[in-house]
Design a protein around this ligand. Structure first.
Ligand SMILES: [Zn+2]
Length: 71
C-alpha cells in the first residue's frame, strides 16, 4: 500500500477530477474513456460526472486546463 500524499494527486484523484470536468462539459466520450482507464466504480464515476454538471448549472467556473487557457 502506498502512503497517502497531499502533495501529488493520486492517479485516482486525477481521474475523478477528469470525470467531474467531463460532466461540466457534458463530454460523454471523455467520461467513458476516463471511466474505463481509471477503473473506478460506475457509481463513483457517475457521481463525479453529475457533480461537474451541477457546477455548471450553478455557474461555477470550470477549473480544467482548457478553460483556464481561454480565460
Ligand atoms: Zn473546462
Amino acid at each position: 500500500m502506498k502512503h497517502l500524499s497531499t502533495k501529488t494527486p493520486s492517479a485516482r484523484e486525477v481521474a475523478l477530477t477528469k470525470l467531474r470536468v467531463a460532466g461540466y462539459h457534458a463530454d460523454a466520450a471523455a467520461f467513458t474513456q476516463t471511466y474505463i482507464e481509471a477503473r473506478v466504480s460506475y457509481a463513483v464515476a457517475k457521481e463525479m460526472f453529475r457533480a461537474g454538471a451541477m457546477q455548471r448549472e450553478r455557474g461555477v467556473r470550470c477549473d480544467c486546463n482548457d478553460c483556464k487557457a481561454v480565460q
